[in-house]
Design a protein around this ligand. Sequence first.
Ligand code: FEO
Length: 391
Amino acid sequence: MITRKLGESVTWLAAVDWERKLFDELIPLPEGTSYNSYVVRGGGKTALVDTSDPSFTAPWLDELDKAGVKSLDYVVANHAEQDHSGSLPAVLARFPASRLVTTPKGKDMLPDLLDLPADRIVTVGDGETLALGGKTLKFIHFPWVHWPETMLTFLEEERILFPCDLFGSHLATGAARAEDDPRWMEAERRYYAEIMMPFRKMIAGGLSKVRALNPALIAPSHGPAIGNPASIMDAYADWTSDRVENRAVIAYVSMHDSTRLMVRHLEGALSSRGVRVDVFRLAGGDIGKLAALLIDAATVVIGTPTVLGGAHPAAAYAAMLANLIRPKARFAAVVGSFGWGGKAAEQLVGLMPALKVEVAGTVMAKGLPREKDFAALDALAATIAEKHKGL
Ligand code: FEO
């Protein structure tokens, strides 16, 4: 646990999880993560903004003690997911007079997720404020960052924004400010791609509400506090825009080298036509890195051998993942190989219905790729390069 002052009335409790390797048993955490909560002390009332992951409940409660929190009037739940709400039952039990503050949708969800008493919950509307005595919390409804109940909390007098997951980063760090850790912006890119990208339209639509607050500091519930709010708001504005880059990401798996040879040829053919290429090997690969590569690539290519008549399961997984995180790619292609037949390419395209992509082409070689297959890859590269000219 790391506890710091943040502004004159805020105490920041960071449960830094240096060891965690996976989130949701899905998302790799190469840099660990943290679960941040914030105590805001007014002249008459004290509020806690978000809690901690259940794995940290005991040390986190000890840290509240050490921070001198003898009473709590309000516990704000910006988000119902357990990495922030998981210590709510314990904190509500420790402070029996406290009230849990959340959105109406949060009130609908929290009692089910955590078996909380509904009569302890008060709901707040969009733009509603809560006076703590010389300090004011304003609540901004911002659904779908990344669950339906999410809101942001803003400490008006000190212009500190507590957006919970939004603008967060999975980064265990001893740095007090994001700007002091050179890994931070890359961690933000990964985090956005893995968690927020499926909701980019909603985020793009809501960013103006955040800018209108003119925060001086952003204190998310994962990763360090952001001393230059414009930097992350500008990055989000770009990532959530419809702008794509003249780039192709090739994610591939190869069993006996045929598909790898095709991928290497396509890489060169695209590069020589002015398209930047990133090649990602799916076997043993870090899918967070793949997700980050996909943020603004115009084309996604999947390379697969044929296994028992269909795509290699690793390629199918990549297609399903892309379908879930919904990058803004405009074009897709499948390349690969087969021994005696199969429908691998059709299967992969069918696994990505949520991607509104135009299929630029498929090239499947029988066995080792030969001259006609390389010619087909050259033609595919020419097609992709031509389509990119219209970006
Ligand atoms: Fe960090 Fe959606 O929880």
